[in-house]
Design a protein around this ligand. Structure first.
Ligand code: NAP
Length: 256
């Protein structure tokens, strides 16, 4: 029997087969979870539908996380189809490309608002809608963050501020939702080549530096993040909430 046998998981953030959320979906499927996917627009649907179908996903629901009505509708579909929910994966981030290069001093008001809205506030909005559906004794909400939310990295800029807000939101949500048996955690992944990562200026330089300096002397891959997500979603982690769990070859422990 799988670690997630019969659990109902709603996964946000599959853009293509390189997405971290896709590796998580595959691992969840292997562990016996039932899957629902969201996608953010018709152009992505072409890529997401065949992936979702290949895992026998039961639900495929459009949802742009900037839109409260779409979020509410997405969870209504889940409620009507499944009657409840056990796991929510939030693997979403966005900042305008111009904000992810050059000096942080040039961050625009609009770019700041967009990055914080899509990359941090959306976790709160999704958690609020998920909560009434998580009526079992062990609901699990997991988001994806990066070390650039704790330390300064070149070009990560406003996304670092968004990740800091996201990580603090994890702690506040954990405190608010814990009494209802819902755990909220983040996985801080090392650099992985994905669509989102390609938007960060100098990504290859950062990945090269990690491979050289991290204790494990290599970068991580999507599957390794997925393994941590299985653990955090499963009863093995039933005593764990409010955590930022690093899957980064140990890079964050190095000072010099
Ligand atoms: P990805 O495949 O590009 O995934 C990002 C997802 O965010 C996409 O599915 C994208 O959908 C979605 N998204 C953006 N704006 C949205 C909106 N308004 N509404 C709904 N969905 C929206 O890249 P990824 O690397 O797997 O990123 C997943 C998460 O991991 C992000 O939070 C990222 O910051 C985090 N992370 C990544 C790395 C890395 O190095 N790759 C490291 C640490 C943490 P569309 O494409 O349809 O817009």
């Amino acid at each position: 029997m799988g670690l997630l046998e019969g659990k109902r998981a709603f996964i946000f953030g599959v853009a293509n087969d390189k997405s971290i959320a896709w590796a998580i979906a595959q691992a969840f499927h292997q562990e016996g979870a039932k899957l629902a996917f969201s996608y953010s627009g018709e152009s992505v649907a072409k890529r997401v539908i065949p992936l979702a179908e290949s895992l026998g996903a039961e639900l495929l629901i459009p949802c742009d996380v900037r839109n409260d009505a779409e979020i509410a509708q997405a969870f209504t579909v889940v409620k009507e189809s499944w009657g409840g929910l056990d796991i929510l994966i939030h693997s979403i981030a966005f900042a305008p490309k111009d904000e992810l290069k050059g000096s942080f001093v040039n961050t625009t008001r609009e770019g700041f608002a967009t990055a914080l809205d899509i990359s941090a506030y959306s976790l709160i909005a999704l958690a609020r809608e998920a909560a009434p559906l998580m009526t079992g004794s062990d609901g699990s909400i997991i988001t994806l963050t990066y070390y650039g939310g704790q330390k300064v990295f070149p070009n990560y800029n406003v996304m670092g501020v968004a990740k800091a807000a996201l990580e603090m939101s994890v702690r506040y949500l954990a405190a608010a939702m814990g009494p209802d048996g819902i755990r909220v955690n983040a996985i801080s992944a090392g650099p992985i080549k994905t669509l989102a990562a390609a938007g960060v200026g100098g990504f290859n330089q950062i990945a090269g530096h990690v491979a050289e300096k991290a204790p494990l002397r290599r970068n991580i891959c999507q599957d390794e993040v997925a393994g941590a997500a299985v653990y955090l979603a499963s009863p093995l982690a039933r005593g764990v909430t409010g955590e930022v769990h690093f899957v980064d070859s140990g890079y964050n422990v190095i000072g010099l």
